[in-house]
Design a protein around this ligand. Sequence first.
Ligand code: ARG
Length: 594
Amino acid sequence: MHVPFDPAAGLEEVLRSAAVTAGLPDAAAFRPEVRPADPRHGDFQANGVLGHAKARKLNPRAVAEQLVAALPAGPRDAFDVAIAGPGFINFTLRPAALHAWLGAHTDAAALRTGAAGLARTHSGRTWVVDYSGPNTAKQMHVGHLRSAVIGEAICRLLEFTGARVIRDNHLGDWGTQFGKLIYGYKRWADQAALAEDAIEELERLYRLGNDATPEGSPELDEARRELVKLQQGDQGNVALWRTFSEVSLAAFQRIYDRLGIRFDHHLGESFYNDKVDRVYRELTEAGIAEDSAGALVVFHDDHPRFSRDAERPNPFMVRKADGASGYASTDLATALYRSEHFGADGIVIVTDFRQSDHFEQLFLTVRRWFAAKGHRLPELHHVTFGAVTGEDGKALKTRSGGTIRLKALLDEAEERALAIVTEKNPGLSEAERREIARVVGIGAVQYADLSQNRSSNYVFSWDKMLALEGNTAPYLLYAVARIHSIFRKAGVAPGDTAAFATADAPAEATEVALARKLVKFPDAVRQAVDGLRPHYLGLYLFELAGDYSSFNNAEKVLVEDPVVRARRLLLCARTLLVLETGLGLLGLRTLTRM
Ligand code: ARG
C-alpha cells in the first residue's frame, strides 16, 4: 500500500507527472491545485484542471479523464477518484489508506517528514522573526500580548516546516526618553524600591523626570544634556542605561517564561546606533534619499500616499533635521544586518496595524536600496494584528482606567483557572491544581488570541476564553486529557505501537470521519504558515476535537474484541498526537489530566 504521508502534497506531485504521462499540452505548466475538499465530495480536490484546459481551449472534463487514466497504481489504490462538475477531480481516501496513514504517523517527527512532507516547505531557509519588542524601562502591558503570542506561534510553525528560525527581540531601548529618565534617576532614585521592583521604580523616575522638565525650562536643557552625554558614550550615563536594559530584560523574561518564549537575540534599537551612517551614505549614493530642509528623506513617487505629490506629503524620515537617527533609520539598518549577518531569506515583523505605514515605507525603501546596492533581498512580511478591546468594544483598561499590566493579566488568568479547576476537581492536591491552572489559564489567554484571525480586533473576555465549550483552550486541553485517561484505563501508553498491531482499518462512520480529519493536519499547518495566520491551525484543531468527540460518543473504545479495541485506540493515539503537536505549535502546553 502506498502510504500517503501528506496526501495533498503527494497528489500534487502525482498529478503533475500524470499530466506528463498523459501527454497533456503544456504539461510542465500544469498546476493541479490540490486542496482539502468539502467532506461530502471527498477528501481532496484538484481544482487546476479547469484553468489549464480553458486557457488552451481544451475540454476540461476530457482532460480530467485523461489525467485520471494516467494515475499510477499506488495512488489509484489509495483513493476513490471521481470527476465532478466541469472538470474537478475529487479524491477520497479509502479505509485501507487511512489505516496506512494512522500506522505510519507514530510521532511528531513523522508528522512533518515523509515523501512530500511539510518539513521541506522551508528547509534550508533562514527566517528572522521580530516580535514582542517592548520598550525598556517600562512594564509590558496588555498591548504587548498579541505580538508575543502570535510571533511565537509563527516561529514554531516556520520551524516545524523546516526553517532555521532566529527569534529577535527588537527592544525599544534608545531615544529621547532616556534623557528624562536619567535626569529623574540622578535626583530621586530609591535603591530599596529598585531592588524590590526595578521597572516600577524606573517608571516612577521617568514620570518625575518628565514632570520636572517642561518645554522651555532650564531643567529640560539639563535632561537633554544627559541624553547627549549618553549618546557620546559618557561612562556614568552608559552604565545607568545598561542597568535599565538589564533589569527590564530580566522582568520581560519572567513574562516570556510563562508564555514559553526564548529569544535568540535582543538586538534593540541601540544596537544599530553605529550602523546608521552606512544607511545614510548608501541611500544618498544610490539617489534614493534626498535632503529636505536639512533632513534626509525618501519619497516613493509611484505610491499614492508616499510620493512627493501626495496631498499630505509623508516622506520616510531616514535622518531627522537635527541629525538624529529615529525609528526609520534603525529599522533600515536592521534590515541590512539581518540580510548580511544572518543571511535571512525571510523577515517577519509582528506589530499592531497602526505601524502599517511605517513598514510599508520601510519595505519599499529596502527593495529599492538593496536592488541598487546589490544586497541580497529577503522576503519581507509585516504581520499585523488588531487591537485588544474589552467587551464594550473600547480599549481594555483596569477598573480605575489605567492600562493593564501583562503580569497582572497572566496572574488573573491563573487565578480564574484555579477557581474553575478547584470547583471541578476538589480532590486534587493544591500543587496539582495550581499546575493545571497555570497551563489552562495561560493557554486560555494565548489561544483566545490565536483562535481568531489576527487582522480583526480581539474582544478580551474571561468567560469566553475559559469556557469548557467552544473553540477555547480549556476545551482542547480537556480533549487531550480525556484521551490520556482512556490510555490510563487501558493500561497502554499512547506511544506503544505494539498495542495497535492488531488494529484493522477505520470502519464505523465516526471512525472514518475522524481519520479523514486527521490526515488533513499537514494542510492546516501549510495554510497557517503560508498566510502567517495561526488561526487556521486553531480552527482545524477545534474541528478535530469535535470529530473526536462524535467518535467517542458513538463508539466505546475499550471493548472486548481485540481488533476493534486496537483500531479505536490507534485513532485515539493519533488524535492525541495531532492535538498535542498542534497545540505545541501554537505555543501552548498540554496536560495529561485536568
Ligand atoms: N518597539 C516597537 C514598539 O513598541 C516594536 C518593534 C517592532 N520591530 C521593529 N523592527 N520595528 O512598537
